[in-house]
Design a protein around this ligand. Structure first.
Ligand SMILES: [Zn+2]
Length: 336
């Protein structure tokens, strides 16, 4: 009998780049603008698959049978006399940024020598605070001195109770394209990068690699604060969280994306806005809870589409890749 190694279907798809990326100056932080929205999104994150944010360290951890395993561990901090595992706010920020980049006319913020030649001109990294794409205006840019900008969104670390943590075994993941320094041809079109890569959700595949993860089925609370955003920009943010009423999807956070890890359903628990004092232009210090959230979300997402901040075809494509039904896809155990 002939031996062959079955190569699984690709667990990802590419979302094409924007054809144009209009850039404008950043909003600034010096004062609250009463025509813009400042406030807080209160979120509940439900882990539909195990979630791991690696700390870069390995340690010995007991599994259910009490056996010690060397595993990749998550960051741990002490708070209130108790040890907590932490998903750093920067992990959620990074996940959200890559979605915003894909559904809006935004740049590809890489500047490695290896990639520079391959990035289509219209999505080259923003270079000046006066000319920022939508993603750089929301999430900021790191650059030399004056051209660094903090962005208008602020994330907090997510604390996870140790009881919601377990040891999980996944297949060993290989770098796409092996050890070769070349970009695989399947990522290119006309010798340029063809788009941004997004993994489908999937059933969790198991294997010999040990990782410490947040269990499947856990609810984690967090907040995203925003400052000086127009309704359209807020629409872009809520669409990227998978909360656009017409285009719902689940986001992916952390490691193990090809093997059915990191899937998170975002629930919006509430939106609070900072109000202005009538006629004075001064902001009230307290936040006011918004009513009719679903109506507001539709209005903001429509504003984002109307102002060209959302590319509808890309949002639709991403909602297909990250849609709930891809949770039932088979994830590859080996090569793909
Ligand atoms: Zn940019």
């Amino acid at each position: 009998m002939a031996y062959y190694r079955e190569i699984a279907p690709k667990p990802y798809e590419l979302v094409p780049f924007a054809e144009k990326t209009p850039r404008s100056p950043c909003q600034g932080h010096h004062k609250y603008n009463q025509d813009l929205l400042t406030g807080v999104l209160e979120l509940s994150l439900h882990t539909e698959r195990p979630v791991q944010v690696a700390s870069g360290y390995q340690d010995f951890t007991k599994d259910n049978s009490g056996r010690e395993n060397l595993a990749s561990v998550m960051p741990v901090v002490e708070k209130g006399g108790k040890q907590w595992h932490v998903i750093p706010g920067s992990s959620l920020k990074g996940a959200l940024r890559s979605i915003v980049e894909a559904i809006s006319p935004s740049c590809l913020p890489f500047s490695s020598k290896k990639l520079r030649q391959l990035i289509p001109d219209q999505v080259r990294k923003c270079a000046s605070k006066e000319h920022l794409c939508p993603a750089c205006r929301l999430f900021g840019v790191t650059g030399g001195g004056k051209n660094s900008y903090q962005g208008n969104l602020f994330f907090e670390d997510i604390f996870v109770d140790p009881r919601d943590i377990e040891l999980w075994r996944t297949p060993i993941l290989w770098t796409p394209g092996g050890r070769s320094k070349l970009i695989p041809r399947r990522y290119l079109s006309n010798n340029k990068l063809a788009g941004r890569k997004f993994y489908y959700h999937g059933k969790s595949a198991t294997g010999p690699d040990s990782r410490v993860v947040v269990k499947q089925g856990v609810n984690l609370g967090t907040k995203i604060s925003f400052e000086n955003l127009s309704e359209a920009f807020l629409g872009l943010v809520v669409a990227a969280l998978g909360l656009a009423p017409q285009y719902p999807f689940l986001i992916k956070v952390g490691a193990g994306k090809p093997v059915g890890m990191g899937s998170i359903r975002v629930d919006l628990k509430g939106i609070s806005l900072m109000g202005s004092i009538e006629g004075t232009g001064r902001m009230v210090g307290s936040l006011k809870k918004l009513e009719n959230i679903v109506e507001q979300l539709s209005k903001w997402v429509n504003a984002a589409c109307g102002e060209g901040l959302i590319i509808p075809d890309n949002l639709k494509k991403l909602a297909e890749i990250l849609g709930e039904k891809t949770l039932n896809r088979q994830s590859p155990k080996g090569l793909y």
